[in-house]
Every structure is written in structure tokens, then in C-alpha cells.
Design a protein around this ligand. Sequence first.
Ligand code: NAD
Length: 500
Amino acid sequence: MSARSTVTGGGAGAEHIPVAGQWRAGTGESLRSVDPATGELIATVAAAGVGDVDEAARNGAEVAAEPSWREMLPHRRARFLARAADLIERDRDELALLQTRDTGKPLAEARALVDSAAGAFRFYASVLETSQGVVTPPRGQHLAMSVHEPVGVIGAITPWNSPIASDAQKLAPALAAGNAVLLKPAEATPLVSLALARLLDESGLPPGLVSVLPGPGSVVGDAIVRHPAVGKVSFTGGTATGRAIGRIAADKVMPVTTELGGKSPTIVCADADIDQAVAGVLFGIFSSSGQSCVAGSRIFVHADIYEEFTARLVAAARTLRVGPGTDPATQVGPLATVEHRDRVAAMVDRARDEGAIVLCGGQAPSEPALSRGAYYLPTLLAGLANDAKTCQEEIFGPVGVLLPFSGEEELVAAANNTVYGLACGIWTRDYRTAWRLARRVEAGTVWINTYKQFSIATPFSGTKASGVGVEKGTDGIKAYMRQKSVYFGLDPDPIPWAAR
Ligand code: NAD
């Protein structure tokens, strides 16, 4: 069985989903997956309902508690993860094409995300094999150690912008930690998550350990978060949704990891290598059509180079090739849905009302060949203050705002004047400036003379309204475990207080 069996084409029967160890039609309303490059229906998915969540959660709890899984030796459990990585690599092209058709992403980006998914499984296989408990220093007649144990059932809820990578980033450490997982992909992009589940089946993981439950967030996602058997939720998505999940988690006294929105500053200093900065700023805001939590959407440019840099950036943005993700020449694909494209267009209209000057873009492309897709031209705006709504609210599309600055104090205050704290880019030749700014800007990740580079080995997190908790890195596995301390008494005599 391969990822292929997941794409049925629009005319075939609705896609089945894996619930509690069985591929079957979910009991929810069907979802339609549409290719945003053409508007064509790719597949219909027989999505999950609340009853499916309940069944998957109860069954997941049972399977995760089975000694054959819970007590499986780490090097044996690691084999499933390594096998999953091999299978993802085997089906790399199919998975990438599926993700491109579902999300609109250019194929090169989709391939990189598939590689990152395989990398996540391979990395957590190694982390699992090399994880160790700790013997803590004794302060009495005992030997004490700290161990980590699986939570049981994890709710993993992901957005539509990079499904296979977001899914793997949660599935791999959660499975490595010994849990069952209920994966809830976004409404618009369930296909690649289903394909991934087929590969996990093929890897030999116990049936029922992973259920994939596509459906409306407010129904299926909410049911996962509230389910008593779910002991931890790892959520990636918008800040409003993250807050709602956090409130439910507080009532359940359940840990959550939330990776949320951003409005990240990218800072071009007067001494920056302009060629590098132009290329990096363009990549930071326009790759993935700006549908990236870390998009460098507020572009702070030193006043001394503002005119020159802006002219070069605008000229370069105008040359970006907009088109279907399946065309190898495409740099900027369509947005994920027509509805989302219309939301982005409305935010640019609002920017105009706020007094923005549109330097390029600001509309859908006029080519007839693109008229049925969810396209929007790379857009650069100027003439706004940092406190304008356009500079404060996440647009999640190919829209950047240029903001001149003169002094470092003014820059740092403006860069931090946002509810978000996800990422930051700094373009300078001076390592002292880079270091100072990197430490002063409130962000989970700072890139210096580069942007949007990731490693599964490097922790990822947001601060402020960009989220709580950390994903990736060797400690990423512990985010899906409970810590327990165990004391062995060594004193041959009874405890004196009781024995007196
Ligand atoms: P979203 O919050 O609308 O949806 C994300 C997921 O949550 C979807 O699967 C959705 O169905 C589900 N959901 C919605 N309401 C829910 C509820 N009440 N309970 C449980 N689940 C619910 O976000 P989106 O529009 O799909 O994604 C875009 C957002 O994701 C942006 O804000 C972006 O910045 C953010 N994002 C963050 C990161 C990060 O790592 N920080 C990465 C990618 C995307």
C-alpha cells in the first residue's frame, strides 16, 4: 500500500479515514478538497464526527496502554519510526504532488516539506534510542531517579499551510514517546495526512494507535480537546483558536503546546549586504505565498538605504513568477483557498483605507490562465505607521509592509510593539549589531543574514501571543511525556519517626 491509494479523484467515492484501527467513512459531513490552482475538486473526504472522536480516543487509550506498545523496548519502537521515514522517502514525489494539489504550494516547497517529515521520523527514532533517565544526587538513604512516561492519548491539531511537516512534527515525537495520537488536519487540506496515516499503517504500527479525524475545528477539534481520554494537546494554528483551546485545557488541567500566529519583523540595517537582504526578505515574505507563521511581514529598513533598498525589493518582487505549484518555474503559487485569497485581498483594501501606498501587487493577477485559481500578486505596501492595523494583524498572505527606521532604540521598540513574538530576521554585516538585536527582539527564533531555515534538531517556539511550549529538538519527545520521580530506599532500618 502506498500514499497513492489516498487520491481518488473528485468523481470517485468519498475518501475513508482511519478511526480506531479501521479505514471507514467518518460519521461527519463530507469535506471537499479543492485544487486552489484550478478550482477543481480533487477528492471528497468522509470526515469524522464527534462519535468518531470518542471511539478513536477510547480505543487509542486502550492500544497505548497495551504492554506490547507501552513497554516496548526503545530500540524496537524506534524501528517503526525509521520505517515510516523510509516509506515517506519512498513516496516522496507522490506525497509532494498531493500536497501541492491540496495546498497550492510549489512542488519544490512541497518536496522540502516531505523531506522534513521524513527527517522528523528519523530524528525521533534516534532520540528515542538515545534517551536516558536521570539518577539524581542523593540527600538521604535512598537512590532517586527521574523517568519519563507516555501521556497516553495525544490530540494533534494542525493548520493547512504545511500539513505534512506540521503533522510529522507532532506525530513523530508523540509516537516515539509511546502515545496514541488523534490527528486533526485542517478542513481544506486533509489528503496528505490521510496518505501519511497509510504509510504509518504500512510501517507496522499497532492498529488504532493513529486515528486521523478531519472535520470542522469547532466540532471535531473541540471534541478532541475536551475528550477525557486525551491527556495533552499539541496545536498549531491561529492565536484565537489557541486561546480557546488553552481555556478548555485549563479546565481539564491538561498540558497544551500552542504554536500560533506571527507578525515578524525583518530588519535591514544600513550596512546590510543588499543583494543578500533583497533575496532573503523576498523569500521571507513571499515563499509559500506568505502563508507562513514566520513570514517576515514587517520589513524595517534603515532610513539611509530605504529608497535604494525599497526600489530593488519592489523590482525583484515584480519579477517573481506566479503560477500553479506544478509548474517548476513557479515561485509564488496560489493561496490555499479562494476564500482565504479574498480575505487577503480585503486586508489589502483595508490597508489602502488606512493610507497605504501600494508599491507592487495589490490585486489578483490578470492572466486568463490563472483566473480560476486562488492567486494574489506579491504585494508591498509603504506609508503606514507600525501601529496601523495592517502592521499589527497577521495577514497570512503575500503582503509585506516597509517601515523606515533611524535609531536602534526606536527600531527595537517598534519591532517589539506587537502582540506576537514568533520570529525575526536581521540583515547586517556587523556581528555586534546582530547579537544585540537578536537578544533584544522578542521572538522564539532569530535569523541573522538568512531567513526561514529550520532544523528538526533545533527547538522551535513562540513567545507572547505566538504560543506556549516548545516543539522539535531532542527535548521534543519529553513534551509528550510525563515526568516521574522514583525513590529506592537504601536504609536497612525502619524510618525512625514511625519506628520510635
Ligand atoms: P486555525 O486556528 O483556524 O485552524 C488550525 C486548526 O485548528 C485546524 O485544523 C482547525 O480545524 C482547528 N480548529 C479550529 N477551531 C478549533 C477549535 N475551536 N478547537 C479545536 N480545533 C480547532 O488556523 P489556520 O487558519 O488553519 O492556520 C493559520 C494560522 O496558523 C496562522 O495564524 C498561522 O500563523 C498559524 N500557524 C502557526 C505556526 C507555528 O508554528 N507557530 C505554524 C503554521 C501556522
